[in-house]
Design a protein around this ligand. Structure first.
Ligand code: PEP
Ligand code: MG
Length: 325
């Protein structure tokens, strides 16, 4: 099996009936790019930039960040790179950044909420300037984490536009085709995806958090881990809503949560028409091999059944087994 996968390293990701899907990788540092290329990744679908902050003794400077982003863009050689602005807070603390202790860190002051607040906005501007400067070295896409409100996206996009204008005024070159999108990881945004889709360039569904927030089950708590159900029909319906909303506005929808590389979920996601699957690099070849065996019309039928007829996760799993054997 491993030998079969190795042969797929430079192959396109094509289903049995000839449809293309993009297989991308999640990375945490520029060093991870080697693994993406070694495993035949077609893009970086999620660069978690918070490691740049977590591995540092102080806030990383604009130049330090620029070098990291440039290294990833150049390493990917013109293939798309989706960089997520910092997702600090929640379970991710910084020794040099005094965040308040909270009762519910996952529901608190984190990610874009910090970036848009007084005190966090300087960090955000520094990061966006570094990203904008790096954009001439490859195909950069930027996304914001933990967006709940359309007005949050507008506020973040405004800062992006301002820093872009500042750099251009300073005579610094900036790419003019940078897509700006959001992560869909809060149920409110998943429900309102049709409105978001009018304003963003793309969605990337973060199922790790989307499942946690939809099920009201802490993703780190073993005692409630039985509620962590990627195949629950409620989760599938949210995902389907997001994909359909994106397509209605001519936008693309990807997924960068663990579910994107899950071999039971992939047939369902192919059936729902997800455009981009971003996973750990080591899952890419296995997923490419699986997709080669799938027929999209049949997977659409499978997804429709799961979305309309199933009540439980177990029913969904049985249906997938039935359709993929
Ligand atoms: C997610 O929430 O699904 C996600 C990809 O982000 P993280 O795991 O970094 O929270
Ligand atoms: Mg998340």
């Amino acid at each position: 099996q491993k030998a079969e996968w190795a042969l797929l390293k430079d192959a396109d990701t094509i289903t049995a009936d000839g449809k293309h899907f993009e297989l991308a990788a999640n990375i945490g540092t520029p060093k991870d790019v080697v693994g993406v290329n070694d495993n035949g990744g077609e893009a970086v679908g999620l660069y978690r930039t918070e490691f740049l902050y977590m591995d540092s003794q102080d806030f990383p400077t604009e130049d330090e960040q620029y070098e990291a982003y440039k290294a990833v863009l150049e390493g990917m050689n013109g293939k798309p790179v989706v960089v997520r602005t910092m997702d600090i807070g929640g379970d991710k603390e910084l020794p040099y950044f005094d965040l308040p202790k909270e009762m519910n860190p996952f529901l608190g002051y984190r990610a874009l909420r910090i970036s848009l607040s007084e005190g966090g906005d300087t960090m955000f501007r520094t990061q966006l300037r570094a990203l904008l400067r790096s954009s001439v070295h490859g195909k950069l896409r930027i996304m914001f984490p933990m967006v709940a409100l359309v007005t949050e996206f507008r506020a973040a996009k405004k800062v992006f536009d301002e820093e872009k204008a500042n750099l251009l005024a300073e005579g610094v070159a900036v790419a003019d085709d940078i897509q700006v999108g959001i992560m869909i990881e809060i149920p409110a945004a998943a429900m309102l995806a049709d409105q978001f889709a009018k304003e963003v360039d793309f969605f990337s569904i973060g199922t790790n958090d989307l499942i946690q927030y939809t099920m009201a089950a802490d993703r780190m708590n073993e005692q409630v881990s039985y509620l962590y159900q990627p195949y629950n029909p409620s989760i599938l319906r949210l995902i389907n809503n997001v994909i359909k909303a994106a397509h209605a506005e001519g936008k693309w929808a990807g997924m960068c949560g663990e579910m994107a590389g899950d071999q039971t979920a992939v047939p369902l996601l192919v059936g729902m028409g997800l455009d981009e699957f971003s996973m750990s690099a080591t899952s890419i070849l296995q997923t490419r091999s699986l997709m080669k065996r799938l027929d999209t019309a049949k997977m659409q039928e499978l997804a429709n059944k799961a979305l309309t007829e199933c009540a439980t996760m177990e029913e969904v799993v049985a249906l997938v087994e039935d359709y993929t054997k």
